[in-house]
Design a protein around this ligand. Structure first.
Ligand code: NAD
Length: 472
């Protein structure tokens, strides 16, 4: 049994003062593997105050100093890769390949930010003035449970590159993963107060940080309803806000697509991170003329997917993070059936042979209409909706008929046609014939999937503000 009862504030691990504990449950076994003490509002205020003390000096750290810090962070994250792998598997249920990707990515973020920083022009001449890109100030970084270390690292890397001291609020479901990241940060020897981490509930600790007058910038990743709360709370002190929110991505399979190549990718897009991914391509739009061969192939591909022990390297889909998430997925599978979608694979309940753990059956529905709940709402589990379309125009219209627009996918053998479709899709990112993201290019959503961009130079610019100096 592990106990997590320390915040990371002002360069030291200090006792959490909150009175409440939460159990850490291994979602693959439902066994309690640890517990965490939840931070209090006092802890949150202490963390913000430490960042406020650090900001004036850190805001003037040279580019070379900040690159040095990012390089140390990258090395320190790499040194924690095994510990992070273990935490991601045990606390979250991430299959080993995914957990390994997360560990590599968390380190890589710092290297990418150092590269973006090294060639960035912080000072330019505009008109007759000098424009200096200045750090926005103390920044609060909020991370969701489905991507704890990756979100903490990518936001922190951008904030450090820009010269912003930070307070990080990871999800209350991820104290172990957050603690491993905190250990790496501590080992990298940053000046005290530049990074502070408090693990507590969103409604009190998150709200305290998100409305604190000493915080200048909020960078939030999570659900759209919480993002709206955060944005409303930010307005009184006019905090700058970046929101990375809910997705309900469409995958367009164009008529000329090579199914051998496209369908494994489309299925990978739908079920990545056990389906608990904001960028999951959960609406597959298929030309009616190709529907029966697509469904036949999907049926056999899904049957071949291994669901189970996240430690087994052959596992494609691990458990859902919690009982609540398991129940949410069951609810949507029932809604799909009730609203008349056709079940192709999976369905309600656990997969055969798994009677413990929050495992769900990877599920594919066909004959889905875009007004059904399973097509409109983010399920956050391995549930794919296949929608028939009669033309490319209809595919674009259906894809865009969503309140969300995070990441879309296009599969086609005609590069020019795929690019034309990509330009018409309402999404922050469109991936063509691939599911791997480009981590140097801007990432973020349109419509209710968020505002602002992360990664690379634009991710750093989200923590900078232009200051104009005009002399007589
Ligand atoms: P969530 O919105 O419930 O919580 C996200 C974070 O905000 C957590 O740390 C939570 O404790 C905190 N929080 C909650 N209420 C708060 C408040 N009032 N003030 C401040 N902080 C508060 O999201 P979740 O369930 O942890 O994560 C899943 C969601 O995140 C999904 O909707 C998914 O699509 C989204 N997500 C988006 C992206 C993206 O890049 N767009 C990436 C990953 C996850």
């Amino acid at each position: 049994m592990r106990t997590f009862d320390r915040n990371y504030i002002d360069g030291a691990f200090v006792p959490v003062t909150g009175e409440e504990f939460v159990d850490i449950v291994d979602p693959a076994t439902e066994g309690v593997v640890g517990r965490a003490r939840l931070a209090s509002r006092d802890d949150a205020r202490r963390a913000v105050e430490a960042a406020m003390r650090a900001q004036p000096a850190f805001g003037h750290a040279s580019v070379a100093e900040r690159i040095g810090m990012l390089e140390r962070l990258q090395a320190a994250m790499l040194a924690q890769a095994d510990a992070l792998l273990e935490a991601t598997i045990t606390e979250y249920g991430g299959p080993v390949a995914r957990a390994q990707w997360v560990a590599d990515y968390a380190a890589q973020c710092f290297g990418d930010a150092a590269r973006a920083l090294s060639s960035y022009a912080f000072e330019r001449t505009v008109g007759g003035s000098i424009v200096v890109m200045a750090p926005v100030g103390v920044s609060a970084l909020f991370a969701p449970w489905n991507s704890t270390a990756g979100t903490m690292a990518s936001k922190l890397a951008a904030a450090i590159a820009a010269g912003c001291a930070t307070v990080i609020k990871p999800s209350e479901l991820s104290p172990w993963q957050a603690h491993v990241v905190a250990r790496a940060i501590h080992a990298s020897g940053l000046p005290p107060g530049v990074v502070n981490i408090v693990t507590g509930l969103g409604a009190d600790v998150g709200a305290e940080i998100g409305t604190h007058p000493g915080v200048a910038k909020l960078s939030f990743t999570g659900s759209t309803p919480t993002g709206k709360l955060i944005a409303r709370g930010a307005v009184d002190t006019m905090k700058r806000v970046s929101l990375a929110l809910t997705g309900k991505s469409a995958s367009l399979l164009l008529e000329d697509a090579d199914l051998d190549a496209a369908l494994p990718l489309a299925l990978g897009a739908a079920f990545m991170n056990s389906g608990q991914a904001c960028v999951a391509g959960t609406r597959l739009l298929v030309p009616r003329v190709r529907m029966s061969e697509v469904l036949d192939r999907l049926r056999s591909a899904v049957a071949a997917l291994r669901v189970g022990d996240p430690r087994d390297p052959s596992t494609a889909i691990g458990p859902m993070v919690s009982r609540a998430q398991y129940e949410r997925v069951q609810h949507f599978i029932r809604r799909g059936l009730d609203q008349g979608a056709t079940l192709i694979s999976g369905g309600e309940g656990r997969p055969d042979g798994l009677d413990r753990g929050w495992f769900v059956r990877p599920t594919v529905f066909a004959a889905v209409r875009n007004d059904m709940d399973i097509a409109r709402e983010e399920i956050f589990g391995p549930v794919l909706s296949v929608l028939p379309v009669d033309s490319e125009d209809e595919a674009i219209a259906v894809a865009n008929d969503s309140p969300y627009g995070l990441q879309a996918y296009v599969f086609s053998t005609d590069a020019a046609r795929a690019r034309r479709a990509a330009l018409r899709l309402q999404a922050g990112t469109v991936l063509i014939n691939r599911v791997a993201p480009d981590l140097l290019a801007p990432f973020g959503g349109v419509k209710q999937s968020g505002m602002g961009r992360e990664f690379g130079v634009m991710g750093m610019e989200a923590f900078l503000e232009p200051k104009t100096i005009t002399a007589a």
